[in-house]
Design a binder for this molecule. Structure first.
Ligand code: 4AD
Ligand code: MG
Length: 464
């Protein structure tokens, strides 16, 4: 009977000893002497490794020649209580097969620590490191937790398009999608590129957000969420921006701003708790390795209510702050991340939800407040991150929405489909967008967003 493979995770948590097991994975190291060799293997199922012990009577020097750092091996043997320190169980090897050799000299992941910057240049191999293994497992757990949170609460997952025919939302600069020849595209009589001859018969782009389509779905299904890739061609070379990132956008019929804030706060606290519960070893590793405050900071988010205040109140606080800011603050200006971080990290020392921003600095679809100066926007600000969520109650009134579009030069004819929701059975509704990588950044305590997505896309970088 062929033996089924066990994962390292299964073996390490197994109570059943003295049985034959088979493990497959990548060698992290091999050391020993002429009597015994220790082979350390990781298979990605956990941050931990398992040790296999190969005795010289059974294994010649020659037979272990290719069992080096980076090689892929299958090891068969007895699972036994470990005699050494540092692990509870180990494998007394009876058979070691090299599935894939790795030239130890050329293997880019050497035993001594490699910088995160260097690892970014070998992004195809970095999942083999402890750090990226941990980050990717946490990323998975958070994605799974997001679906679970919404599914348990009766939300439907809606797939909004990635290629969009609308460029009207104005959430950012867009990437064009075209099959027209770049050197010699067809032109109209007045010399402009003739998109009527393009693949879709019109100009198309990669989406910056699924919100507008999400709103349509919420006006039929009640509570929905999207979770997909979004693309922004802005030239932001920061540790918190990507050109391709994943966004989660819930949209709920009948919710107003207050309920939208409650949902965002519940959601974030749930996700942080979910990660703490499901990834304790990975988070402990990241805490010890990179950021000694990580676990404290995570518990802080789950244990404390977020501070809610209006933009106007925040501006007052910032104006009377002793700290010097690079960008001056005055009512009407957009807040910079230095301002957001001051509020969160210095002033309130907890997550903050800012609401009711001036209408001029927010999108056309946000509901106008009674005073006509502010809109029902909400941004959730997190320590070390700044804005993690942006959202609002939506303008459900057809005439007011048309007015806002005219004010902000958003072409109404291109968004007739969106306006139809306000013509046929409109309802108050609200939603928000959570930047998935900013969440993963916060939960893992990494300092650069390029290190929490397998293959980051940013200006001048689209390798792999
Ligand atoms: O604030 P934003 O632009 O809001 C929207 O797109 C709305 N349509 C959301 C909604 O109401 N349904 O983006 C939402 C979030 C930000 O708070 C931030 O976390 C993240 O998306 N984000 C980015 N993350 C990484 N790289 C970028 N370039 C990002 N731009 C926004
Ligand atoms: Mg925003």
């Amino acid at each position: 009977m062929s033996l089924k493979r066990s994962t390292v995770q299964q073996l390490l948590s197994s109570q059943e000893l003295d049985r034959e097991v088979l493990v497959k994975g990548w060698v992290r190291s091999r050391r020993g002497n002429k009597y015994v060799q220790f082979i350390i293997v990781n298979d990605g199922s956990t941050i931990h490794t398992i040790q296999a012990v190969a005795n010289a009577e059974q294994f010649s020097e020659e037979s272990l020649r290719d069992v080096g750092n980076g090689a892929c091996v299958a090891i068969r043997g007895q699972l036994v209580a470990s005699q050494g320190k540092g692990q509870a169980v180990e494998i007394q090897a009876t058979e070691v097969t090299v599935l894939g050799k790795a030239d130890a000299e050329a293997y880019p992941l050497q035993k001594k620590a490699t910088s995160l910057e260097h690892l970014r240049e070998i992004a195809h191999l970095r999942p083999r490191t402890n750090t990226f293994g941990a980050v990717l497992r946490v990323r998975h757990a958070l994605a799974f937790g997001i679906h679970k949170f919404f599914n348990d609460r009766g939300f439907y997952y809606v797939h909004t398009p990635i290629i969009t025919g609308s460029d009207a939302e104005g959430a950012g600069q867009m990437f064009r999608v075209t099959t027209l020849p770049p050197d010699n595209p067809p032109r109209t009589d007045d010399g402009a590129i003739d998109y009527s001859q393009d693949f879709f018969g019109k100009q198309t782009n990669l989406t910056v957000s699924g919100q507008l389509e999400g709103e349509l779905a919420a006006m039929a299904l009640g509570s929905i969420y999207t979770f997909g890739p979004t693309f922004r061609a802005e030239n932001s070379n920061t540790a918190r921006h990507l050109a391709e990132f994943w966004m989660i956008e819930p949209e709920v019929a009948f919710n107003e701003l207050e309920e939208n804030m409650d949902l965002a706060e519940d959601f974030l606290q749930y996700l942080v708790r979910y990660a703490l519960e499901h990834c304790p070893d990975d988070l402990q590793f990241l805490n010890d390795q990179y950021d000694k405050e990580l676990l404290t900071r995570l518990s802080f988010v789950t244990d404390n209510a977020f501070q809610r205040l209006t933009y106007t109140e925040a501006v007052e606080i910032l104006k009377s702050a002793k700290q010097k800011f690079e960008f001056p603050v005055d009512w009407g200006t957009d807040l910079q991340s230095e301002h957001e971080r001051y509020l969160v990290e210095k002033h309130f020392k907890k997550p903050v939800i800012l609401t009711n921003y001036p209408k001029e600095i927010k999108a056309f679809y946000m509901k106008l407040d009674e005073d006509g100066r502010t809109v029902r926007a909400m941004d959730v600000l997190f320590p070390g991150i700044g804005e993690i969520i942006g959202g609002s109650q939506r303008e459900e009134d057809y005439e007011k929405l048309l007015g806002r579009m005219a004010d902000m030069h958003v072409p109404a004819d291109e968004l007739s489909w969106y306006l139809d929701t306000r013509r046929f059975g409109t309802a108050p509704h609200a939603g928000f967008g959570l930047g998935f990588e900013r969440l993963v950044l916060f939960v893992t305590g990494m300092s650069n967003i390029r290190d929490v997505i397998p293959f980051p896309r940013y200006p001048k970088n689209a390798e792999f």
